[in-house]
Design a protein around this ligand. Sequence first.
Ligand code: C5P
Length: 299
Amino acid sequence: KTELRRAMAELLEALIKMPQVRIKNPDYMRSVFEEVIDGNSQKLQVISDFDQTLTKDHEDGERCLTTFGIFHSTPQLPDGYCEQSEVLYHKYHPMEVHPDLSVEEKTPYMVQWYKDSEQLLVGADVSKENLKNHIYSSKTIFRDGSRDIFDALKKAGVPVLVFSAGVGDVVRHALEKHHMLLDNVRIISNFLNWDSESGKLAGFQGDMIHVFNKNQRAVAAHEEYFSLLANRPNVILMGDNEGDAAMGHGVQNPKAMIKIGFLYHHAKERLEKFMDMFDIVLIDDQTMDVPKYILNYVI
Ligand code: C5P
């Protein structure tokens, strides 16, 4: 117990000193760390968002492509497709990261964005093979350390859920390409649906997951996953959006959850909201250094 207390105090002290780290409630954090470190890899599961969480938001002053962005640059998509999806991005992305709107106010815009995006891709003559080749030849910019974390979690036998409101097929191939689709990794996302007769795109499969419905409803279809993990009540959750904080709603008998939020757009204005929703907020940190540091104490 003394050893545990020492480790937890050392971890918290180190995190607080890091310039990009904000922790709203260190006392609460202390008790959560104690529980998670005590439970070690046996009691742990990890839930992570994909776009701008496992991947970077920007590199060398350039924005990194999201899974939708990679999908939209598939060469076989019809003329004008890219321009139209850009128009949608510039219309809806500012609403997603708007500092003054609540999640309730943002949600209808997100629903409409996904509906418009789906409509745009219906009938496109892109095969599964075309898409896979395109993803394999595209640059996916994972955060420095994402692959190390996946390797460490695999080694420790810790299940990882990648919960993405992006394009599932892009998530899958990007992980595969970087040797991160290991057998402890599961993806919940928007997978494309191909028309079995024409071979053309027919939309997305199942209910749409958008950035603000990663909650109980979206995980209802994946209840069996969380049932299998009912003996893993401790969670490390990582996201970059207010909606991502709800990704742990499906966890059965949750005990201790460390919610880590990556923040950059309108960081100053959104910081308070982020600190209410995430236990640890990382400001413009394009690495996995902090999650890696925490995991070192747990697994
Ligand atoms: O993996 P994650 O849940 O973060 O993926 C969703 C991201 O995809 C959102 O942050 C959103 O900005 C982006 N998006 C997009 N084009 C769309 C819909 C969402 O770039 N049509």
